[in-house]
Design a protein around this ligand. Sequence first.
Ligand SMILES: C[S@@+](CC[C@H](N)C(=O)[O-])C[C@H]1O[C@@H](n2cnc3c(N)ncnc32)[C@H](O)[C@@H]1O
Length: 277
Amino acid sequence: MLHRTKQVLRRWAGILLGRRAPGVKSSRQVEGIPGRVHLADTMFDPSDPRGIEYYLRAGRSAIDVMLGTLEEAGVAPSEIDRLLDYGCGYGRVLRHLPEAFPEASYVACDLDARAVAFCAEEFGATAVIAPEQPSRLKLPQCDLIWGGSVWTHLPEAECRELFASLSQALEPGGLLIFSFHGAFAANNLHFLFGGAFAEDSEIIRGEIQNGGMAYRSYPEAYLTLGEGSYGTSWHQPDFFRRLADAMPGLHEVRFVPQGWDAFHDVIAFRRDPLRRS
Ligand SMILES: C[S@@+](CC[C@H](N)C(=O)[O-])C[C@H]1O[C@@H](n2cnc3c(N)ncnc32)[C@H](O)[C@@H]1O
């Protein structure tokens, strides 16, 4: 609570002293969307007549799946003191968090330093720029970690490292909730992703069946990551269950096929409330 108050005060002091981040100049208010929208936010398509609706729907759906998971785990939203949006982008989800968790403080973490700076200035979050290797992540301990569409882009080694690093950043009783491309995405490659994987669909499904996941890299570099380090991934939930089995005191609390915006599967794990790492 005290931390949150300090964040709000810092934000307003910045505004009053005319020290808003340079990112805020590159953003604008869009009717119906809480908070400003950055011009570099690729999750919002202003040319689409339904762009606002899609953007809001994804943000709110993430909140719904988080709240549903907390309910299932018997945790009240007021028990969440620190909430991390991992892979926050320009805050498509983060901007809705205060509605559901008004008492919490927020941490915004992403590879994209400009996105993190924008989320810090616009939404009062603590900024953490993610390292290229998830095993090098340094995070404050959190009560709730949301990861929306991050494992959907990573190769296998990074998927494993990220799961371990985020699990270790959970407070006792804390929850890790995240999305991934599951059966719906893998079974509809003929029309999803612009049809880019249609020809390869049988092979991709075979890889998922045999190895728990499949990955196809984008042909270009992404931010500071070299070519081949970023792309599209698909997983079976068992891939993550096996990772959780190797983490003492971590238990699955929920799996929701197509739980995020009727597209991504969502899985949630909870750290044993009694165990301290
Ligand atoms: C598809 S976007 C989703 C952004 C945001 N979660 C949302 O729902 O709008 C994926 C985000 O994950 C970030 N990202 C990808 N790999 C990451 C990593 N290893 N660590 C932190 N962020 C990462 C990207 O920079 C990007 O902002």
